[in-house]
Ligand binder design. Sequence first.
Ligand code: SF4
Ligand code: SF4
Length: 91
Amino acid sequence: MQRSGNAGPAVNSRPVIVNDRWCKGCDICVVFCPKKVLERPEGGKAQVVRGEDCTRCGICEMMCPDFAITLVPAGDKMESRFGRLGGNADA
Ligand code: SF4
Ligand code: SF4
Protein backbone atom coordinates (compact mmCIF):
# COMPACT_ATOMS: atom_id res chain seq x y z
CA MET A 1 0.00 0.00 0.00
CA GLN A 2 1.32 3.42 -0.86
CA ARG A 3 0.39 6.63 0.83
CA SER A 4 1.33 10.20 0.26
CA GLY A 5 1.74 13.11 2.60
CA ASN A 6 3.10 13.09 6.10
CA ALA A 7 0.90 10.54 7.77
CA GLY A 8 1.52 6.86 8.12
CA PRO A 9 4.38 4.51 7.29
CA ALA A 10 4.94 5.70 3.74
CA VAL A 11 8.73 5.64 4.00
CA ASN A 12 9.25 2.26 2.38
CA SER A 13 7.45 3.32 -0.78
CA ARG A 14 10.02 6.06 -1.39
CA PRO A 15 13.41 4.78 -0.23
CA VAL A 16 15.28 7.44 -2.17
CA ILE A 17 14.36 11.01 -2.93
CA VAL A 18 15.32 12.64 -6.22
CA ASN A 19 15.62 16.41 -6.20
CA ASP A 20 14.33 17.50 -9.60
CA ARG A 21 15.98 20.88 -9.26
CA TRP A 22 19.42 19.31 -9.17
CA CYS A 23 18.93 16.25 -11.38
CA LYS A 24 20.30 16.85 -14.87
CA GLY A 25 19.02 13.58 -16.27
CA CYS A 26 22.38 11.94 -16.87
CA ASP A 27 21.09 8.39 -16.19
CA ILE A 28 24.03 7.39 -14.00
CA CYS A 29 21.77 6.39 -11.13
CA VAL A 30 19.50 4.47 -13.49
CA VAL A 31 22.40 2.52 -14.92
CA PHE A 32 24.09 1.74 -11.62
CA CYS A 33 21.08 0.77 -9.53
CA PRO A 34 21.37 -3.01 -9.19
CA LYS A 35 17.64 -3.42 -8.58
CA LYS A 36 16.31 -1.21 -11.39
CA VAL A 37 14.49 0.96 -8.90
CA LEU A 38 15.08 4.12 -10.91
CA GLU A 39 14.02 5.10 -14.39
CA ARG A 40 14.11 8.30 -16.37
CA PRO A 41 11.57 9.25 -18.98
CA GLU A 42 12.85 10.73 -22.23
CA GLY A 43 13.93 14.28 -21.49
CA GLY A 44 12.90 13.98 -17.85
CA LYS A 45 14.40 13.47 -14.43
CA ALA A 46 15.17 10.28 -12.55
CA GLN A 47 12.18 8.74 -10.82
CA VAL A 48 11.59 5.98 -8.32
CA VAL A 49 9.51 3.35 -10.09
CA ARG A 50 10.20 0.20 -8.05
CA GLY A 51 10.71 1.51 -4.56
CA GLU A 52 9.75 -1.81 -3.03
CA ASP A 53 12.80 -3.42 -4.64
CA CYS A 54 15.30 -0.95 -3.18
CA THR A 55 17.86 -2.49 -0.85
CA ARG A 56 19.13 0.92 0.32
CA CYS A 57 22.60 0.06 -0.90
CA GLY A 58 23.33 3.76 -1.43
CA ILE A 59 24.96 3.35 -4.83
CA CYS A 60 22.68 5.88 -6.50
CA GLU A 61 23.34 8.48 -3.84
CA MET A 62 27.10 7.94 -4.10
CA MET A 63 27.18 7.98 -7.90
CA CYS A 64 25.02 11.00 -8.60
CA PRO A 65 27.40 13.78 -9.65
CA ASP A 66 24.89 16.45 -8.72
CA PHE A 67 24.02 15.22 -5.23
CA ALA A 68 20.42 15.03 -6.35
CA ILE A 69 19.61 11.76 -4.60
CA THR A 70 19.10 11.29 -0.90
CA LEU A 71 18.77 7.85 0.61
CA VAL A 72 15.99 7.72 3.16
CA PRO A 73 16.99 5.60 6.15
CA ALA A 74 14.64 2.72 6.86
CA GLY A 75 12.01 3.76 9.34
CA ASP A 76 12.74 7.45 8.93
CA LYS A 77 10.09 9.94 7.90
CA MET A 78 12.41 12.13 5.87
CA GLU A 79 10.06 11.85 2.94
CA SER A 80 7.92 14.63 4.27
CA ARG A 81 10.94 16.79 5.02
CA PHE A 82 12.40 16.36 1.56
CA GLY A 83 9.05 17.00 -0.06
CA ARG A 84 9.74 20.71 0.22
CA LEU A 85 12.61 20.32 -2.23
CA GLY A 86 10.08 19.75 -4.93
CA GLY A 87 10.52 17.45 -7.90
CA ASN A 88 9.21 13.94 -7.68
CA ALA A 89 9.75 13.98 -3.95
CA ASP A 90 6.13 14.98 -3.53
CA ALA A 91 4.71 13.73 -6.82
S1 SF4 B 1 22.63 10.45 -11.36
FE1 SF4 B 1 21.78 12.28 -10.40
S2 SF4 B 1 21.74 13.82 -12.03
FE2 SF4 B 1 22.00 11.83 -13.02
S3 SF4 B 1 19.89 11.16 -13.52
FE3 SF4 B 1 20.40 10.30 -11.51
S4 SF4 B 1 19.60 11.83 -10.03
FE4 SF4 B 1 19.74 12.83 -12.03
S1 SF4 C 1 19.75 2.64 -2.84
FE1 SF4 C 1 20.57 1.00 -4.21
S2 SF4 C 1 18.80 -0.28 -4.71
FE2 SF4 C 1 17.99 1.65 -3.87
S3 SF4 C 1 17.60 2.98 -5.67
FE3 SF4 C 1 19.68 3.44 -4.94
S4 SF4 C 1 21.06 2.10 -6.12
FE4 SF4 C 1 18.96 1.29 -6.33
